[in-house]
Design a protein around this ligand. Structure first.
Ligand code: LLP
Length: 413
């Protein structure tokens, strides 16, 4: 679904021209489309309607309270990886009973916080983590609900930085170790090994790795059943890719069909942790052109948006489509779209064909809703961008642009 379309040569987010938002809120600004965000969540949820399931939106992807409140309103859950994300999810009204917690480095304080809140499950990623969780649960007179994150050793065929289910990865535990940990947990009154978890990577454009992972998990489920352990939920993580450029990822329906078929009546509740597929194409980053700079070698469009606002091109070499907010029929020219940050690695696009956009003109960096604002920083003492949510013909600022004072908050000269 693309909810950012031209009307009368002006790029709109739903019923609002992006130029109006840029004029009134300034740039750089992240703009999310409510209909796209909710539509993607609903489509994903509906794809699994044939089986008992819970969709836990992955908070790290786009964690503005206004977006999380939409997740809560739709009675969906959350996938978190820190105490900070727990705080965000709870503040937005997502019930603890629908929150799953992954991550290789949970601290004692974070575990205690999540236990007290009463989350659905800890996705435990190592033996020492199990020991600490057990101790903390005991100290607090609680029993911790546990799913072991199994590393199935499958290649997701994606960027190495976001492949998490290969055996050299820091994530999860190998199948054999997981089996042993389940038996250990079964005899520990402080933990309840009730689930199984796995997340093999992000931006997957084929269903095959998901099917391979699922069949390995099912074999483990069968062994555990024989050993007298009933697992009530299977969490398959996130990972479904989106179209940034020419990719042809499976639709949520195709992805769901593969999983439901692979599950073949296994008596478990499915948990899914989608992120990118929900938020990615529901957001754009709008930037202003500062200079059209010609060097003997290249032509640079220098914008007020930079790697600190959207790091994906610099960090992963990711492609984001960039379009002028005011449509033009001018002949495209080859440019590098760069920001003001003092690094040659600061670019939003390289060797891109774009119609000339004069200084003061606006560009929309598309597919920026996922891992955009949440990965932004204050590098070069740049205040983080504002976030705006569009709902039909109206918009509201859901995160104010940071100020100079925000930049030095908590610091002492
Ligand atoms: N569950 C777990 C445990 C995860 O680690 C992740 C993402 C997700 C769910 C959501 O995955 P998704 O549906 O969005 O693929 N910053 C990178 C992506 C990092 C992915 C981290 N884990 C990027 O910008 O491409």
């Amino acid at each position: 679904m693309d909810h950012f379309v031209y009307k009368d040569s002006e790029l709109y987010a739903e019923g609002v021209p992006l130029s109006r938002i840029a004029r009134e809120v300034g740039t750089p600004v992240y703009v999310y489309g409510s209909a796209a965000f909710e539509g993607h969540l609903l489509a994903f949820d509906a794809a699994f309607s044939r089986v008992p399931h819970l969709v836990c939106y992955s908070v790290k992807v786009a964690s503005n309270l206004a977006l999380l409140a939409k997740v809560a309103k739709l009675s969906l859950g959350a996938d978190i990886v820190s105490g900070g994300e727990l705080f965000r999810a709870l503040t937005a009204g997502i019930p603890a009973s629908k929150i799953v917690y992954s991550g290789v480095g949970k601290t004692a304080a974070e575990m205690a916080e999540a236990l007290d809140a009463g989350i659905l499950a800890f996705n435990v990623e190592s033996a020492p983590e199990l020991d600490l969780l057990s101790q903390i649960a005991k100290d607090r007179g609680r029993q911790a609900p546990v799913a072991f994150r199994v590393n199935p050793d499958v290649d997701p065929g994606t960027h190495p930085y976001v492949a998490t289910g290969l055996k050299e990865s820091k994530f999860g535990v190998p199948v054999e170790e997981a089996f042993a940990l389940y038996l250990r947990a079964k005899d520990d009154p402080n933990v309840n090994p009730m689930g199984m978890d796995c997340h093999i990577g992000s931006q997957l454009t084929s269903v095959t790795p998901f099917a391979d992972a699922l069949s390995r998990l099912k074999a483990l489920l069968a062994r555990l059943r024989e050993a007298g352990l009933a697992i009530s939920h299977l969490d398959l993580g996130g990972g479904l890719g989106i179209r940034y450029d020419q990719e042809t990822p499976p639709s949520p329906a195709e992805y769901a069909q593969t999983i439901v078929e692979g599950l073949a009546g296994e008596p478990v509740t499915l948990i899914l942790e989608p992120g990118r597929v929900v938020a990615g194409n529901a957001g754009v980053l709008v930037v202003s052109v500062l200079y059209d700079k010609l060097t003997p070698e290249r032509r640079f469009l220098v914008t007020d948006g930079a790697m600190n606002d959207l790091i994906r091109p610099s960090l992963y070499g990711s492609h984001h489509s960039i379009v002028p907010v005011a449509q033009t029929s001018a002949e495209p020219v080859k440019v590098n779209v760069v920001g003001p940050v003092c690094e040659s690695g600061d670019f939003l696009a390289k060797d891109r064909l774009l119609p000339p956009v004069p200084a003061g003109g606006l560009l929309a960096v598309k597919s920026a809703g996922a891992y955009g604002f949440t990965m932004s920083s204050n590098y070069n003492a740049r205040p983080r961008a504002a976030e705006v949510l569009v709902e039909g013909d109206a918009y509201r600022v859901v995160r104010a642009r940071e100020t100079r004072q925000d930049l030095i908050r908590g610091e002492t000269p």
